[in-house]
Ligand binder design. Structure first.
Ligand SMILES: *[C@@H]1O[C@H](CO)[C@@H](O)[C@H](O)[C@H]1NC(C)=O
Length: 232
């Protein structure tokens, strides 16, 4: 047996480290600091009077010099504390960073993602699904069209793409198996050449899951309409 990294032990070590460091900061006199126990990450809550916010620290180990990490994210029950899951989150963030630098200043793509993530509460689509849809659209729709005036139009485009993916039961992972992923974002070569990954694979093989996803789509659409009506 070789060595292994245990997420839980690491989280405890990190927590002790942060708690000591926190007491040395002047802010510690005015802000309450609470640790929210979590097995796979470090969650802290800072609060002062009516204000409060939560910070979540996820640990990651980089694979070589690539932008792919194995991370401590994921809360699925029964995941051993020594299991680390591969994540493309950093590569995706780099891609979105590229786009944001090229996009017009008043581009609404972040606003779209925020609004959609917000309306996800209580609806079954993961924010990862929506982020993937948005990334696909950002690389196909000319960036100039994402300006703020077109906000409802952008939302519609996202929903239409999502509907189309639902109907065809196919949503390609943006990084894994994408041979056109920008070369200046470093990936392990086997990832680029891998079989493209369908994030909706489970919908293709399970009729019930597909039906449920369509219902969730309708709920999402309904929620958004309400939100748009109330904000006008
Ligand atoms: C692969 O990445 C490029 C961006 O470099 C994007 O235009 C394309 O849509 C992506 N393809 C897939 C199948 O994800």
């Amino acid at each position: 047996m070789g060595c292994y990294l245990d997420v839980e032990k690491m989280a405890r070590w990190f927590y002790r480290f942060v708690r000591v460091a926190w007491l040395l900061l002047p802010q510690s006199r005015h802000w309450g600091f609470k640790w929210q126990p979590s097995r796979r990450c470090c969650k802290f809550q800072l609060s002062k009077e009516q204000q409060s916010f939560t910070a979540e620290v996820i640990f990651g180990v980089r694979q070589g010099d690539s932008e792919i990490f194995v991370g401590s994210q994921g809360t699925a029950a029964g995941v051993a504390s020594t299991t680390w899951l591969e994540t493309c989150a950093v590569a995706e963030a780099k891609f979105l960073g590229h786009i944001s630098r090229q996009a017009p200043q008043d581009s609404c793509h972040c606003k779209c993602l925020q609004l959609l993530s917000h309306s996800l509460l209580g609806v079954g689509f993961s924010s990862y699904t929506l982020k993937t849809v948005l990334t696909h659209l950002l690389s196909t729709i000319p960036l100039a069209r994402w300006c703020r005036m077109d906000f409802p139009q952008c939302l519609l485009e996202i929903l239409e793409f999502l509907l189309c993916s639902l109907q065809t039961k196919r949503l390609s992972h943006f990084v894994i198996g994408n041979q056109s992923f920008p070369l200046d974002i470093s990936l392990p070569s086997d990832l680029r050449l891998a079989q493209p990954l369908n994030l909706f694979e489970h919908l293709a093989s399970h009729q019930d899951a597909h039906l449920k996803a369509v219902q969730e789509y309708n709920a999402l659409l309904h929620g958004l309409k309400q939100l748009l009506v109330h904000s006008h």
